[in-house]
Structure formats: C-alpha cells, structure tokens
Design a protein around this ligand. Structure first.
Ligand code: PZK
Length: 287
C-alpha cells in the first residue's frame, strides 16, 4: 500500500510533504521562475535535472558534511530526506560580486560586514570566497546580515561551524565546476540539526536554482553575466512587452527547448553522468 504524504509547504517551484514515518519528501516540479515570477510555461525535466544534481553533490560532499538525503524516487524528481530542525538563516557563499552582494558593495563598500577593496566591478571574482548569511524572509526577499546578526540567531559556536562548512563546500564545488567550464559565482546552502544534534546540509545543493552558474567562456567582469541555464528565458522576457508582474508570458517552443538543453548540459558537465542514464536509474548519481 502506498504511504500517505501530507502536504507541508509549497516553494515557488517545489513541494514539501511529510511521510507517515517522519521522513520528508521534496518534489521538484518543472516550473521555472524568472524576475521572481513563476512562468506560465514549464521546462520539461527541469525538476529531474535539479533533483539529480542535488543528489550528485550530496553524494560527492558526504565526507565534508552529512546531508539529509535518504533516497531518490524512481520518477527522478522526488527526494526522501530526514526531517531536521532547520537553522533560521540562509548560508550564502560568494566567490564573485553579483546580485545583492554587488548592490550592497556599491552602497556601502561592504557585504554582510566583509569590507572589500575599493574599485571592484560587477561580477568580479573576490580575492577569496566570503560567507554572507541572510535571514529567511517570508516575502522571499532575504535580508543580508552580518556576523553579529547571524551569531544572535545561531550562537557563536554554530555560526563558526556553518561558516567553515559552507566555505569548504563552496570551494569543493566551484573547483569541480571550473574544471568543466562553469563558474559557480555564488550559492545558497541550508543546514539543519538532526535528532542527535549534528549539523546536516539539507534542501537542494549546487543547483542552478540555488546558485549562479555562469559559462566560463563568456565571462567578462564589468556588468551582469549571462546565466548558464536561464539566459534564453531572460532574453525572451526582455524582448516582449511584460511588466514583470504575474502571470508571466507563455514561452515559445524554441526558448523552452533551448533552456531544457542548457539544464541537461549543466547536469552532464557537472556530474559527468549522461542524463538518460539518470532517467533510467536516478540512483546512478549516488555513486
Ligand atoms: C525544509 N524547506 C524548504 C519549502 C520545498 C522546500 N530536511 C528538512 N527538514 C525539515 N525541514 C526542511 C527540510 C529540507 N529540505 C525545507 N522547508 C523546510 C521548502 C517549501 C517547499 F520543497
């Protein structure tokens, strides 16, 4: 008999369920968001690509930190995981100056209390990656906080632990991505505490929805960079008359197919695994 799954929460493009035995089930849809709006058109297999990549990275980083993954579903888009007490911050690591990091630097010369050299330009690589935590806002627009702000939420010992682990995870994945022509500009990690009080990495890890992936061969600091996965969608949305309020426009078939191809290419380049092999047996990413 199939187990019952109670719906717990909806993300923009994912759903979270509680199973009867206490496990959680994350289901990644094929929905895509751009300019903060979920679009009317899905990208076939996007949820499978993100689930497979996350599974791959959880497996590859298990010697750095334990993770919440228990099993991948045969559908390729379902992750069963351990239920944790989630930490109240987003653990962001930035190796390049983009998004809110660039915005904060331009305004104040610092990002989350990290004072940076003068004269840096948009998308420039930082001399070393920095840990730039943010609060989880219900609105979805997280607020960057400094060390003191994060220590007030976590305590000093736990802060030091997640900072060190986040930086180590970023260094591991960015080196792997760089070797395959992809810049991992920044990433957002989520941690929780298990029943034994151990720190565990959860949610999704090093996916294009939780990270900025840039094609290395097109990298040129001094402005915004093309997104490895979403650039066709962004270019199309900028070419039509849309005020960036919901509902988003329907995407043409060539934009959908091109974007699907980019997701599948990111999966294959980062993991070294053929996407059809993943579809045939999702556990292939777990080694
Ligand atoms: C958890 N979210 C985010 C919200 C989603 C995902 N292992 C865990 N234990 C307890 N809580 C969570 C996790 C994980 N991962 C994750 N919220 C809680 C979220 C909505 C939809 F798919």
């Amino acid at each position: 008999m199939p187990e019952t799954a109670a719906h717990l929460a909806s993300g923009k493009v994912r759903e979270l369920y509680a199973l009867e035995d206490g496990r959680l089930r994350l289901v990644a849809s094929d929905r895509i968001s751009a300019f903060d709006v979920v679009l009317a058109t899905e990208i076939p297999d996007k949820g499978r690509v993100l689930t497979g990549l996350s599974g791959y990275w959880f497996s590859q980083t298990a010697s750095i930190v334990p993770n919440h993954l228990l099993s991948l579903g045969a559908d390729g888009r379902t992750t069963d995981c351990r239920r944790l007490e989630m930490l109240p911050i987003e653990c962001v690591v930035r190796g390049y100056l983009a998004g809110s990091g660039w915005k904060d630097y331009r305004t104040s010369g610092a990002v989350c209390g990290h004072r940076l050299a003068e004269g840096l330009i948009e998308s420039q690589q930082l001399p070393e990656p920095i840990f730039t935590p943010a609060t989880k806002a219900a609105s979805g627009h997280d607020e960057n906080i400094d060390r003191d702000g994060a220590v007030a939420l976590l305590g000093e010992a736990r802060f030091d632990e997640v900072e060190a682990l986040s930086l180590e995870l970023y260094r591991f994945a960015s080196a792997r991505a760089a070797a395959h022509g992809i810049i991992l500009a920044d990433t957002k990690l989520e941690f929780g505490i298990d029943a034994q009080g151990r720190l565990v990495v959860a949610d999704e890890i090093f996916t294009p929805d939780s990270s900025r992936f840039w094609p290395a061969d097109e990298y040129a600091a001094g402005g915004p960079q093309p997104s490895f996965d979403k650039q066709f969608v962004r270019d199309y949305l900028e070419s039509v008359d849309w005020d960036k309020r919901p509902p988003g426009p329907v995407l043409p078939a060539d934009v959908v197919e091109g974007t699907r191809g980019r997701y599948i290419e990111a999966f294959a380049r980062l993991s070294g695994i053929d996407f059809d092999a993943y579809l045939a047996d999702p556990a292939v990413v777990l080694g």
